[in-house]
Every structure is written in C-alpha cells, then in structure tokens.
Design a protein around this ligand. Structure first.
Ligand code: 1CP
Length: 355
C-alpha cells in the first residue's frame, strides 16, 4: 500500500474515524486564483492547459500551496470525453464551451465511438501520473467524469443551455435514441475512469450537474440508471485500498435515498438541503460531501466562519462528512476568503471527532 501523509479524506469517505473534517472545493483550481490565470495565459488556451501534463499538474497543485486542503482534484474538464468522441470542443473567450458538431439524430449517434480512456485520452492519464508523482503522497488525488446525462446535454445542445430543450425533446420523443447515446457514454465513462484509476486517481467523482433538471422518473431513467452502471463497472480496489466513488447530482436533494442505493460511497450535496436532514435519510449507507453555498465566499470572514460552524453542527458528531461547497467556487471570489473557509472547517470540526 502506498503511504499517504494525510488520508482523512479517504477515511471520511469510508465513514471511518478522523481527527477533523476533511475539506476540498469543487473547482479549487481555477480563475479565482491569479496564479491560475498566469499559467493559463502561458498555456495559450484552456484546452492547451488540459493537454499539457506539466501545466495541468502545476494548476492542480496551486490551491494546495495556498491552503491546507485534504485532497487534490485532477485539472481537466468533463467535456474531454465528447471531444474524444469527435465533437470538436472549443472555448470562445467570454463564452462557455461549444462543440463544432451536435448529436441530434440516429446517424449522429451511430457515428459516435465508445472511447478507450488510455488510447483516446492519453493526455489526461499523463496528467494524472504527473500529479500523483508530484503530490508525493501528501494528499489523495480525485479523478472525475461527467455523468452520461450531463455530457449528453452538452452534446445534443452543442454547448451550455438554460432549458435543455433539444436534449429533453430527444429524451421525451425518442427515448430509444437517447438511451443509445447514454449507453455509449456510460461505457466510455467506465473506460475513462478506470484508466484514471490505473494511472493513479485514488477517488473518483461523477459530476451530474444537470441531473436535477429532470423530473423524478426521468432522473431515474436517464441519469441515475447510467451512473449505477458506471459504479458497477469501476475498479473497486487499487494499491490495497477501496477506490471510493462520489456522485454529485446538483439539485438531487429530493432523491437522496435512491442515489444512496446506487453503490456509490458518498453523495455530493448542493446547498439547498440541510446536511443534518440528509444524514438522517441516508447516513448509514454513504458519506456526505458538502454543502456550503459557494456565494457565501463573497460574505465576510465572520459570516463564512459562522456558516461553516452551522453546517458542522447540523451534521453533528462522528465521521462520514467531507466538507465542500455545494457547487464550484466562482471566479470573483477573494482567495483570502477561500482560506478562511478551509481553516474554519479544520478548526471548528475537531470537537465533533473527539471519540
Ligand atoms: O480558464 C477558463 O476560462 C476555463 C474555466 C474552466 C475551468 C477552470 C472550465 C471550462 N473547466 C474548468 C476546470 C474544471 N471543470 C474542473 C477542474 C478541477 C477542479 O478544480 O475542480 C472540473 C472538475 C470541471 C468540471 C465541469 N466542467 C463541470 C461539472 C462541475 C460543475 O461545475 O458543474 C461542468 C458542467 C463543466 C463544463 C464547463 N467547462 C468549463 C466551463 C466554464 C463549464 C461550465 C459551462 C456551463 O455552465 O454550462
């Protein structure tokens, strides 16, 4: 077994005792850090950054140099998978991600290959290996993927969307076609995440950012079912440890019980649900990750500390909590406030872990 200097994140995911609550931030490497913006400028563009293992490693480590975070997350993007399937990902300055091709009909779905993580996304695996080497056992490394449904929304719409009208119309009018697309995505994601695990990712998170845009029955049919298939297909153990899986469905608070039955080790919570109530509903099955409103980081250090204290008290005593934001940190946040958040978690949580 490889030695880890700080394994409280892995322990909390397995609901084992820890000295204090571990913390990391979704999107912890990114635009709120001036050093990130400098490296991105050096790389040229966002995808150039993702494809350069040394630079992807550099930005992964930047937040860890500033803050006592308990985990690192691979610097990449969920949209590398549809890019590898041939859709042509690009970023226009000031706009979100776009694809040169969309997926709208049977011909489009038939043309999509199921990708092989190592062969088709080798640059991501190079980044994972480089980051693991440079972390040198300090904290665990999280690998990640989008959920099939979340990836499908970008592929059908051709980019970001407010209402997902084309993706939802496909699901409602041509469910068979949507299932073919989701099936290819699920198999691609299994191969992609297993390649990340083999390259050194010690935990994986599935980002189901848009699952919460569905009705309950559509969520089960088009999103959760495929995440279950992924969890089943993943490598269970590596380097003598379980490889925990975290499912984050934004706006999934109504469906926690069924997500907890998916086989995942932990659920990511957005900020709309009280974490104490979530624990009562699923606490013995899974660990919980979350869930401070990311816009709280625009408030004063005092307000941030109070809110961290409130969330810790709501979760209560004992292990199984990984502190995080309820969604990604936003670009305008003052990096000093992120520091207040992380330090508050460590300081205020010790009393909930004293045996
Ligand atoms: O520098 C830049 O201008 C690019 C901004 C950026 C960054 C920093 C994008 C484009 N992606 C990323 C990195 C990223 N994306 C990470 C890195 C690891 C980390 O530090 O956490 C991760 C995990 C993601 C995941 C991601 N990408 C998600 C799921 C999580 C979430 O925030 O909901 C989604 C939906 C994307 C798509 C995407 N890529 C980039 C943007 C701006 C978006 C969102 C577009 C939209 O809102 O529809």
């Amino acid at each position: 077994m490889s030695e880890l200097k700080n394994d409280r994140f892995l322990k909390a995911l397995m609901r084992e005792p820890v000295d204090c609550t571990p913390v990391w931030m979704m999107r912890q490497a990114g635009r709120y850090l001036p050093e990130y913006r400098a490296t991105r400028a050096k790389a040229g563009g966002f995808m150039d950054l993702c494809k350069n293992a040394e630079l992807a490693c550099e930005v992964t480590l930047q937040p860890l140099e500033r803050y006592p975070l308990d985990a690192a997350i691979l610097f990449s993007d969920i949209l590398t998978v549809p890019d590898a399937m041939g859709l042509g990902l690009y970023f226009e300055t000031g706009e979100g991600p776009r694809f040169r091709k969309t997926v709208r009909n049977q011909q489009d779905v038939d043309a999509l290959p199921v990708i092989d993580g190592d062969a088709d996304l080798g640059y991501v695996m190079n980044a994972v290996r480089t980051i693991r080497r440079e972390l040198n056992g300090s904290v665990p490394l999280i690998g990640f993927s989008g959920s099939p449904w979340t990836l499908a929304t970008y592929m059908v719409e051709g980019g970001s969307s407010k209402d997902f009208r084309h993706a939802k119309a496909m699901a409602f009018d041509k469910p068979e076609l949507m299932h073919q697309l989701l099936g290819k995505l699920a198999d691609s994601v299994i191969s992609y995440l297993n390649a990340q695990i083999n390259a050194g990712a010690q935990v994986v998170q599935i980002f189901d950012t848009w699952g919460g845009a569905l009705s309950e029955s559509a969520y089960q049919e088009f999103s959760l079912q495929y995440m279950q298939r992924i969890v089943k297909g993943l490598i269970k153990e590596r380097e003598g440890r379980t490889v925990p899986v975290i499912i984050f469905t934004k706006n999934g608070g109504l469906w926690l019980e069924s997500i907890a039955d998916s086989g995942a080790h932990a659920l990511g919570l957005d900020w709309t649900i009280d974490i104490g109530k979530a624990r009562q509903r699923v606490g013995n099955k899974v660990a919980l990750q979350g869930n401070m409103d990311p816009t709280m980081l625009y408030a004063s250090p005092k307000a941030i500390r109070n809110e961290v204290g409130r969330i810790l008290a709501s979760y209560g005593n004992g292990p199984g909590h990984i502190f995080n934001l309820g969604h990604g940190i936003t670009p305008e946040v003052d990096p000093a406030n992120a520091g207040v958040f992380i330090e508050s978690v460590h300081e205020l949580s010790a009393r909930y872990h004293s045996g």
